[in-house]
Design a protein around this ligand. Structure first.
Ligand code: TEU
Length: 541
């Protein structure tokens, strides 16, 4: 059983801290910042891939699973990082990209050279299906000059691995055990609900083909095998599956402890509430009611089904939540703290993405030349091909690009935000002179995160309590209740700048304010929430 008091902090190593001046963040940079993270109080660091890779998809195109990309450091640095982490009470969770590997990986190269043993590592067919790649275009590409096609659900250089082949599974389990033996205590499995492909692959005109390859029943079998062959032997291991387009029912199966699959799951439904017609490359104000009801469906569904959620708003694939959900010009601090409490007091394991704890924003880039991400570059081209003007397409990129969150961590007001003395691989955001760790340490947001992390460790109701939706019809307040051994916790979050007054149920009228982002909060028959105010009221001892 995992420790539910733990909080995970995600580091995109490429953008955290560069100690060599090559413009790329590195493992020694992470070692340097461990005291900062210990002060924040987090328990575990999830590191995005730092393995050798041609970097077509920033490391999610792995060409060697058991080595360190020299740009990030050496294996000795890695081992030191684990050891120093332990001294600070911080463990590491590694990103395992087991759905696909780079076409530069020796497995693919050998397959391409005609070795049939390795050809069976990949998904080869005589006829492609109509599935659309998540990065645009058809999901199949010609396999050399063999006349066959290989499947790539992502970039053309990310070839899907054939999990139906037992040798492939064995090889991948070895990879997981290699890192486990190095002392890591967690894994984040990339798009892990896509690994289980059916034997017969068929056209699927719905939703770009997703139903044909997502959450297939065999996926659960493979996760159970993975669990048993590696981390399942150590009950303290924290594992999280990144689940693309998934369902509550499947996530209960993936995470209910007795199933022995994973500890928890990421889902992305709440991060599509600002998509027009479900399409990412559009601009739309977020739909609060959809967000609220998704949180309630997942919160209650997982609570009732004994599943476990990973709670998050930000990661390396998402524009900053602050820019999406909050009037940041006027209420950055209130919005950042409200968002934080809306997940840190909820049921599940909270994840903080680097910079979130200081209220970092999207970068305000000025031209397409500033963008690096393969998904953004492809999407820009597709939008032009579809008839958008360069201005229209660029505007959408500025709002939606994954590079928004991948910009350098803002440490101080010096050049390049104190990230590097060289030329950063991706430009720093414009706001770094005002928003940086040095300036924010004693500001409003960082100490608030610290307090939320501390409270989760102090109060079992936060870590263990169940989840119940309340004020279900509010068009402005996202609220939930936690219950644990007779204690009750009510968490109210005003998602707008307008004040709102709510009737408070009697049981809470004599409760204590556990935390709020405003001073002097009084509870009575009614409670008035100011702009982006969050209030948590605790009853019982
Ligand atoms: O992302 C999975 C995924 O489904 C992405 O399409 C994600 O939803 C998208 O980037 C948002 O527009 C994972 C990794 O997190 C991502 O960085 C990788 O590019 C991808 O897998 C392929 O490995």
């Amino acid at each position: 059983m995992i420790d539910k008091t733990k909080v995970v902090y995600q580091i995109y190593p490429k953008s955290y801290k560069d100690t060599t001046g090559n413009g790329v963040g590195d493992l020694r940079g992470i070692i340097e910042k461990l005291p900062y993270l210990a002060e924040l109080g987090i328990d575990m660091i999830w590191l995005n891939p730092f393995y050798p890779s041609p970097q077509r998809d920033n490391g999610y195109d792995v060409s060697d699973y058991t080595a360190v990309n020299p740009d990030f450091g050496t294996m000795a640095d890695f081992e030191e990082m684990i050891a120093v982490g332990k001294e600070h009470g911080i463990d590491f969770m590694l990103d395992m990209v087991l759905n696909h590997c780079s076409t530069e990986h020796e497995w693919f190269q050998k397959a391409l050279a005609g070795d049939s043993f390795y050809q069976d590592f990949f998904i080869l067919r005589d006829e492609p299906t109509d599935w659309v790649s998540k990065f645009g275009g058809n999901a199949w590409a010609p396999f050399g000059d063999t006349g066959k096609y290989y499947l790539h659900l992502f970039d053309v250089t990310q070839a899907d691995l054939n999990w139906r082949n037992p040798t492939v599974r064995e090889e991948l389990f070895k990879v997981v055990n290699f890192w486990k033996e190095k002392g890591v205590k967690g894994f984040r499995f990339d798009v892990i609900n896509l690994i289980g492909k059916d034997e017969v692959l068929e056209d699927c005109p719905i939703n770009d083909g997703k139903p044909a390859y997502t959450d297939r029943p065999i996926n659960h079998d493979y996760l159970h095998m993975l669990n048993q062959a590696s981390f399942g032997q150590d009950p303290s291991f924290m594992t999280v599956g990144e689940m693309s387009a998934t369902t509550v029912e499947n996530c209960i199966l993936y995470t209910a402890p007795e199933r022995e699959e994973l500890s928890m799951a990421f889902n992305f439904h709440h991060l599509k509430v600002d998509y027009e017609n479900g399409q990412k490359w559009t601009i739309k104000d977020f739909d609060f009611e959809e967000l609220r009801s998704l949180f309630h469906t997942w919160g209650e569904g997982m609570s009732e089904g004994n599943g476990w959620n990973a709670l998050f708003y930000n990661n390396h694939d998402q524009p900053r939540a602050l820019n999406r959900f909050v009037d940041v010009k006027n209420f950055r601090e209130e919005g950042a703290t409200m968002l934080a409490s809306s997940i840190h007091l909820s049921r599940g394991t909270p994840y903080i993405y680097m910079g979130e704890e200081i209220g970092m924003l999207d970068p305000d880039f000025e031209s397409m030349a500033d963008y690096v991400d393969v998904e953004s570059l492809n999407a820009y081209q597709i939008m032009l091909d579809e008839g958008k003007t360069p201005e229209e397409a660029f505007k959408i990129i500025t709002v939606k690009s994954r590079d928004n969150s991948r910009i350098p961590m803002q440490w101080d007001a010096s050049e390049n935000a104190g990230f590097t003395t060289g030329t950063p691989w991706l430009k720093a955001g414009k706001s770094y002179q005002q928003i940086n760790v040095e300036a924010e340490k004693n500001g409003k947001i960082f100490p608030f995160y610290k307090e939320l992390i501390r409270l989760r460790k102090e109060l079992p109701i936060i870590a263990e309590g169940d989840y119940k939706a309340v004020y279900k019809d509010s068009n402005q307040v996202y609220a939930f209740e936690r219950n644990w051994q007779g204690q009750k916790l009510l968490v109210l979050n005003n998602f707008y700048a307008d004040e709102v007054t709510l009737d408070l149920p009697e049981v809470y009228q004599s409760g204590n304010v556990l935390i709020s982002n405003y001073d002097d909060v009084k509870v009575g028959e009614k409670i008035t929430l100011k702009a982006y105010q969050t209030v948590a009221v605790l009853v019982g001892d």
